[in-house]
Design a protein around this ligand. Sequence first.
Ligand code: PEP
Ligand code: MG
Length: 759
Amino acid sequence: MTSYTLNTIHKIVKSIDRSTDLSTALNNLVQGIHDALHVDVCSLYLSDNTSDMNILMATHGLNMEAVGKVEISYSEGLVGLVTQTGETVNIENAPSHPRFKYIPEAGEDPYFSFLGVPINHHGEHLAVLVVQQESARRFGDQEIAFLTTLAAMIAGNIAFAKARGLIEELLSGTKTSGGQFMGIAGAPGITIGEGVVLYDPVDLLSVPNRYSTNPEREETQFRAAIEKAVIELQNVSQLYENKLPEADRLLFDAYALIASDKELIKANIKRIHEGNWAPGALRETIEEYAQQFENMDNEYMRERANDMLDIGNRILGYLQSEADFDRDFPDKVILIGENLGPLDLSKVPGDKLVGIVSGHGSGYSHVAILAHALNIPAVLGFSGQIPLSKLDGNKLIIDGYTGQLIVAPSEPELQAYEETIASEAELRKDLTQLNDKPAETLDGYRIRLYTNMGLLTRVTHLIDVATEGIGLYRTELPFMVKDNFPSEEEQYTIYREIIEAYAPRPVTLRTLDAGGDKVLPYFKFKEPNPFLGWRGIRVTLDHPEIMLGQLRAMLRASKGYENLKILLPMISNLDELDRSIRFIHRAHDQVTAKGVKIKFPQIGAMIEVPSAVYQIKQIAKRVDFVSVGTNDLIQYLLAIDRNNELVAKLFDPLHPAFLMALSDITKAAKKYNKHLSICGEAAGDPLLTILLIALGVDSLSLSAGDLLRVKSVIRSFTYEDALKLWKRVKKYETAEPTRKVLSLELEKRGLGGLLRAGK
Ligand code: PEP
Ligand code: MG
């Protein structure tokens, strides 16, 4: 496809994105295709899977009166053929085709050639795009490629309109309420709040409209931002005085002139006084200017649309430094962003943040893990399905158990969810009765339940569950939030606080596991596959000074206590393990050199890479305990990116291959008499718990919110029951029968409610 063609496609997509209502969007679509392909007719038929009817929703070329009225069954006509086969249909002489259906009110008479392309979204058929021509001819490959590409690019918009009921609205002429969208369960819980979009600071087009109560403040900030942007552009021009020819430098002068253009400023301020906040008003003004350039015939002038966006982005940058993100927050914020990371959550005051919606990610992304630790429901994976910036200011319900997001809920929806929230609270109250009871099966088999910590910087005393210790302390955060490595003293203070707070209960500190999606701001290089790259122990072994500093801080922090365990992440070969153990000895020698007494800690290896499963015996021989990192082990074993919403449904802790790996790991741990712990999100899965009892796991490390649910499962089974179930399910070749059998067992014991509350 030529870049000209791609540009045209992008132009059409943009015109759809910018449309304020569905009817305009669809008209822009058919008009754009008509103009680009020089066809006589372009139409869009929406496929209604409940009535099995294709409905004409927009056309350029057919009778406009027929829009919304012409409905053709899936079993009829060439449009129906596209729907039924899911394939492109390209026909030279349509009227002579056996499936051709003549629809008099559409005014189709003179058109012979027909090309129909399906619009599919995540496996669901949504609509058919049709182009027709009077002359009898077969459409060419380029035309097919054009329509297929466009169909893939606009599928998300159509799915969004459909889910929000906008199509019904358009057909019936009445207003319906918001819509329901299915994403991925990120962190459990149900919450109701108001959407606040965290937009990309360098992408003006992602800025939402937001109502402002203080236009004077917005205007002042806008004027200050313009002034700074103009000075910056003038400075750039001067900077290049001897380096660039004058003709090229003129570009920056031209930019400065545009940025200070009186009309542009006036239009922007008018929007501000009409109620929009400054960044939203800026986006609208710049878009309007850019659109004018885009509509020009001359290609050079069309390119200037990009210059407008560039200028807009610069002004936006200054606007952001003028304006604080944390102003005017509603009381219950549901934070929304295309790609939220763990640190973004701190941009909203903690007492106001009630929920999280992210375009990308899955339940195993670190943002979800953090939300889980904070007990904040999260739903993820809406990218391409919903233009998230349009959710700003909307009332939202999120269901972190199922992944559902409800936009602008109706009264009955709100009522139903409020009831569910109340019964959830009841369930939690019931569970708190287990707080002081041991995690023990009915026949006395004991499992230690520890909690995860560490994506939060400080010890949280808010956790009201009686944990038996810290099974996994992720030490990454202090390394991620600063512009340099935290000093040994800073680390010492953090670790000491935890070790003291939990002693004599064990505290497992994991050495730095940076890399993957946990980026250190001072390592700014880009890796093509960060999860297969410089991650975890690979980073620290390459930096003995960091590794030793961290180990010394941990060991010193444990002075006077005997509860420190050190855990090594991402071990993928024995050399890494041996070298790490030598580092721990070296650090211990250093901190005890002057006669200081510090107990040598227990050392553990994380089993989270398939090679470690195959070498589990050799690993077990070398350490005091092993800890299975289920998030990464499933990711690497099943080749499923833990952050990728497109494959999140495949990420399954009941996959037979993963269960076999667990079984091998437990056998080796028993053989060498080593403790075995399971951590990662799957450790909190009530179904997997049953099998972990059977496998003889000693301890689990969980998000605090999962602890009592898992305890209630352990206390409802005998070891013998669990073993029988394991013997049965280990024969299954897929995960589904295992899920059915185990779910039924929970329901039999009156624990069905936990399933809803499980991932
Ligand atoms: C894991 O991989 O399961 C784990 C506990 O480590 P993290 O989630 O920090 O990668
Ligand atoms: Mg891991």
